[in-house]
Design a protein around this ligand. Structure first.
Ligand code: NAP
Length: 268
């Protein structure tokens, strides 16, 4: 299977690396185009993948074409590709907010896979939620599943609206976690700890809590109750979170991301 990438940014690199590390294909089976020549040189040096300047050349050389550009660049790329004998190709899009219907119309292609990945794919701990148009071949579906599995967890959904919801939860989610980490680190510094010590404590606390949540038989709500004794320190902190309506704020933030994903989709 030959796989082409249009856009060789952070997410494309994570996918390329995952595919090669898992030996799903060899580096000669991959090709990438990017406006940024430095990225092409970098990807050639680090992963031995040949880079080209032409998006059409990538499509011609591939069975599956991964669209890994930003949403603001998709219209231009679709215009450039449409009508260039690409109808028999399959496209796998990770572009946030762009629907299967928009991709089919914009490219003039039937076979579309739409994925919402996230950046922990870089360390093979990603969450990939995906769906497909009705006419993708079994071969392409099973190969796509293999690709997504080597990047972390994959979850196929039949309802495409779950992709925009996933964008708001798992796609943008790592940034929410980093914001929370950053706030905790600064809080540690504010009460008198060195920055290095605060970073160490916060990283290990999050890692341990997440692994505990994954391996435990209990849901996070119960785990929270289990570390909160009446009149204790955790309760004092949680009371402050409640007063500041932390849960409501999180819900509003996720809703804002969801609305934005739907808006970006509607704009195409
Ligand atoms: N990063 C995330 O957390 C995340 C999570 C889930 C999904 N996504 C989705 O993944 C996609 C890629 O994200 P990313 O973070 O990897 O983006 P990125 O690092 O900005 O990579 C996109 C690359 O595409 C290049 N490009 C722009 N226009 C092009 C064109 N017409 N032809 C060929 N290449 C072109 C860009 O070059 P220039 O820099 O020169 O413009 C850039 O190198 C986005 O659609 C995003 O919605 C990202």
């Amino acid at each position: 299977m030959k796989i082409g990438f249009i856009g060789g940014g952070v997410m494309a690199e994570a996918i390329m690396k995952g595919i090669l590390d898992a030996s799903l294909v060899n580096s000669e089976d991959l090709v990438v185009s990017d406006l940024n020549t430095d990225r092409l040189i970098y990807l050639h040096k680090s992963l031995n993948i040949s880079g080209v300047k032409s998006n059409i050349e990538v499509v011609n050389k591939s069975d599956i074409v991964v669209l890994a550009i930003k949403p603001q660049n998709i219209d231009q790329v679709m215009k450039e590709l449409k009508g260039n004998l690409i109808t028999r190709k399959s496209f796998l899009s990770i572009v946030a907010g762009v629907s299967i219907e928009n991709l089919q119309n914009g490219l003039g292609v039937d076979s579309i896979i739409r994925v919402m990945p996230n950046t922990p794919a870089q360390i093979k701990k990603g969450m990939n939620v995906w769906t497909s148009s009705s006419n993708v071949s079994e071969n392409v579906i099973s190969f796509s599943k293999k690709i997504l599995s080597v990047l972390g967890e994959e979850l196929y959904v039949h309802d495409e609206s779950l992709i925009d919801m996933s964008t708001a939860l798992s796609g943008s989610g790592p940034a929410y976690m980093f914001l929370f980490m950053d706030s905790l680190i600064n809080a540690g510094i504010d009460i008198g700890m060195s920055k290095d010590m605060s970073i160490k404590l916060v990283k290990q606390t999050l890692l341990g809590s997440i692994e505990l949540a994954i391996t435990s038989e209990f849901e996070p709500t119960k785990l929270k109750q289990m570390v909160t004794s009446p009149g204790g320190t955790t309760e004092a902190a949680l009371k402050k979170f409640e007063e500041g309506e932390f849960s409501k704020l999180v819900a509003e933030a996720v809703l804002a991301a969801f609305e934005r994903a739907k808006f970006l989709g509607g704009k195409q």
